[in-house]
Design a protein around this ligand. Structure first.
Ligand SMILES: C[S@@+](CC[C@H](N)C(=O)[O-])C[C@H]1O[C@@H](n2cnc3c(N)ncnc32)[C@H](O)[C@@H]1O
Length: 199
């Protein structure tokens, strides 16, 4: 573990590996690369975007916990649909006072509460965009961790239907800018974004 990382991240990573049901990864080096190093690749993009942050489908806490530890002045909410994963996530609130945990689905949250929504390995980019964009207000942004070969066309088309656009993005990321309020009809009811993707 690099000494430049906040020390709590080593304890968190070890706990993710030890706790059944949080990750299929078993090799500690691979887990550090996927859960910690990859999470922090988005740090500078998120730092430059204003407002409270929500990590949608946080799972064991990536990227939300590395972001919360690195940006202690920012409120970071971990939004997770699975109750057992939320129990694990709540263990870190004492050490990271800027952290909140919300148990629920993205489609059922208060709209436009956040400035930035982030998601890593949540769903195909158009579905992830549809879940994340209603959570941020006008002028806000969504940062999606995607593979290096992800196609920009479908996510740009989905963003357009949600009053947003695909902005210039670092490799491995799609940054979406919310240009206006969430259009009527969104969020669609749970399940629809996956069953009938916008693009
Ligand atoms: C593959 S895991 C990824 C976890 C973590 N982001 C990571 O990169 O390790 C996806 C997580 O998203 C959660 N999830 C799926 N759909 C969701 C929704 N609509 N709202 C909130 N959480 C959701 C699942 O319960 C699961 O924990």
């Amino acid at each position: 573990m690099s000494s430049s990382h906040p020390p709590i991240l080593a304890s968190w990573l070890a706990a993710v590996l030890e706790t059944p049901g949080l990750t299929a990864l078993r090799d500690p080096d691979e887990a550090r690369r996927v859960l910690l190093d990859d999470s922090l690749k988005g740090l500078e993009s998120v730092r430059g975007l204003a407002g409270p942050i929500v990590d949608v489908g946080s799972g064991g806490g990536a990227p939300g916990i590395p972001l919360a530890a690195s940006l202690p002045e920012r409120e970071v909410t971990l939004l997770e649909a699975n109750g057992r994963k939320c129990e694990f996530l709540r263990r870190w609130i004492t050490e990271l006072p800027n952290l909140r945990v919300v148990h629920g689905r993205a489609e059922e949250q208060e709209p436009e509460r956040y400035g930035v929504a982030v998601a890593k390995a949540l769903a195909h980019p158009p579905t992830a965009a549809e879940w994340c964009l209603p959570l941020v207000g006008e002028g806000g942004a969504v940062v999606l961790w995607v593979g290096p070969t992800a196609e920009p066309g479908p996510v740009a088309a989905a963003a357009g239907k949600l009053n947003a656009e695909l902005a210039e993005s670092p490799p491995g990321f799609f940054v979406l800018r919310k240009l206006g309020p969430t259009p009527p009809g969104f969020p669609r009811r749970p399940g629809m974004a996956k069953k009938r993707p916008l693009a």
